[in-house]
Design a protein around this ligand. Structure first.
Ligand SMILES: O=C(O)CCC(=O)C(=O)O
Length: 302
């Protein structure tokens, strides 16, 4: 199989076979997609299909609980369970979604009150998924480092070493007036990288060449969105992608993003190896915590 699959859609979205024997070719494809678009889809990525299936099962079982049971999960600043069906953007579309998000790593940052207790296998499955995703995300960070001629751990160190990892479940119920409603409004990620799996209902869109493109559903594939911290670390050499999620007229869409965050107290700034007299820093140093807060509340940063 080629490392980048042939596509007959135009313009193409890169689909990268991570298990291709030529690792250099794989790395080049990831780096190219991150430099040009900030988005790609991974196939044969090493996360067992059975584990993805179990993750989807426990997530779906949680969503099927009564509202009272779901609300029993704590809701705090960024994490826990939230229902967004009443939310209306000013002069914008109505957002319709339900969301659960919680930290999965490092253990010192985990608040298990933000994790569902039901179904009972939820914790075990999410912990197993986290272990696998740590390996995959470390590999991507190493590829991004080496892609700019840096030491392989540079990007991980630039995020503060022990980065915060979290997982979410987004539930987008079907909505007949689909054109009026977005599940998740357009945004660039506050986190470094998001790795998204979904059920078989397409809805993710990315903005490329002045238009919104549908991301096709590929069974077992992982969609990767590059976020603004990677842009800052790379001093603008890598791109983040503007993306959004639409809802379907007839079918429920569910997505499970896995987020690679940062160490909250770490100073986020372009990696020093990338700064020269000819290529001065484009971004002000800022703590990761402050960056997250300012990005979340759309406050100015630089
Ligand atoms: O549901 C999706 O496909 C997109 C999720 C996303 O962008 C997010 O949770 O930040």
């Amino acid at each position: 199989m080629e490392v980048e699959r042939d596509q007959h859609t135009s313009p193409p979205i890169p689909i990268i076979d991570l298990n291709h024997p030529d690792e250099e070719l794989v790395a080049r494809a990831v780096v190219k997609a991150t430099k040009e678009l900030g988005f790609f889809q991974l196939v044969d990525h090493g996360i067992p299909n059975d584990l993805i299936k179990r993750l989807k099962e426990v997530g779906t079982q949680f969503l099927e609980l009564s509202q009272a049971e779901k609300k029993a999960v704590t809701s705090e600043e960024y994490y826990g369970y939230n229902m967004n069906d009443q939310y209306q953007l000013e002069n914008g579309p109505q957002l319709w979604a339900e969301n659960l998000m919680h930290i999965v790593w490092p253990p010192s940052c985990i608040n298990f009150n933000c994790w569902p207790k039901n179904p009972t296998q939820y914790r075990e499955v999410v912990e197993e998924y986290t272990e696998e995703m740590k390996k995959l995300t470390d590999r991507l960070l190493r590829i991004l480092s080496e892609g700019l001629g840096l030491q392989r751990e540079s990007f991980k160190k630039g995020l503060g070493g022990e980065t915060e990892l979290s997982i979410a479940i987004n539930n987008y119920p079907p909505k007949p007036q689909q054109d009026l409603t977005l599940g998740l409004s357009e945004h660039r990620d506050i986190v470094a990288i998001a790795l998204i799996i979904d059920n078989d209902v397409p809805g993710l869109q990315i903005f490329k060449d002045d238009q919104w493109l549908d991301v096709q559903y590929i069974p077992h594939a992982i969609s990767v969105t590059i976020g603004d911290p990677i842009v800052r670390l790379s001093n603008g050499k890598y791109k983040s992608v503007l993306h959004r999620a639409t809802v379907n007229r007839e079918k429920q869409r569910i997505s499970w993003p896995f987020f690679v965050g940062s160490n909250p107290d770490w100073i986020l700034q372009p990696l020093s190896e990338l700064i020269t007299d000819h290529n001065p820093s484009k971004f002000k140093p800022i703590t990761c915590k402050e960056f997250k807060h300012r990005s979340f509340f759309k406050l100015p940063i630089d």
